[in-house]
Write a protein that binds this ligand. Structure first.
Ligand SMILES: [Cu+2]
Length: 161
């Protein structure tokens, strides 16, 4: 994950550019669990929700989570929500979605995901999406709920074990 300034200065062609918000990073090193399938959900706006292994960046500092029971890096996924206008198919920009995940494998624990705005480097606004790194451990089943204004979409997904 890079800032637009880093992308310009370092001529980056891969990874994602952060347009707003802050990325949550685990405090330890990363592993790359298997790729996750797409779980689609649509509403009046239409959105697609996916969770992928986190991408790491050596230029990104780790956060200092002073928690007594550290969450292993393998429990983090990069959760992305692409919100598209149903009539044009274009990525919706400038909205303030709320993304909430409910972990059905952990007593239906519900977490509000801090919103970061991202797009793939070189992909332009067509790839604009919202989300963050989130604690989604392998084998857990989730409902992901996305709210934009009065519109809501939900999708079920399960992280491969
Ligand atoms: Cu992203």
């Amino acid at each position: 994950m890079y800032t637009p300034a880093q992308v310009a200065a370092q001529h980056m062609t891969k990874g994602e550019e952060m347009l707003g918000g802050h990325m949550v990073m685990p405090s330890t090193g990363m592993e790359a669990p298997g790729q996750m399938g797409m779980a689609g959900a649509t509403n009046a706006q239409g959105s697609s929700i996916s969770s992928t292994p986190m991408m790491t960046s050596s230029t990104m500092g780790s956060s200092t989570a002073g928690s007594a029971t550290p969450v292993p890096a393998s429990s983090y996924r990069h959760l992305e929500v692409h919100i598209c206008d149903r009539s044009t198919g274009m990525a919706v920009q400038g909205v303030h979605p709320a993304i909430r995940i409910t972990d059905h494998t952990s007593s239906n624990m519900t977490t509000n995901i801090p919103i970061a705005v991202m797009q793939g480097i070189g992909s332009g606004t067509a790839d604009l999406h919202y989300g963050n790194n989130a604690i989604m451990p392998p084998g857990h089943s989730f409902t992901v709920t996305v709210t934009v204004g009065s519109q809501m979409a939900a999708a079920q997904l399960r992280i491969p074990s």
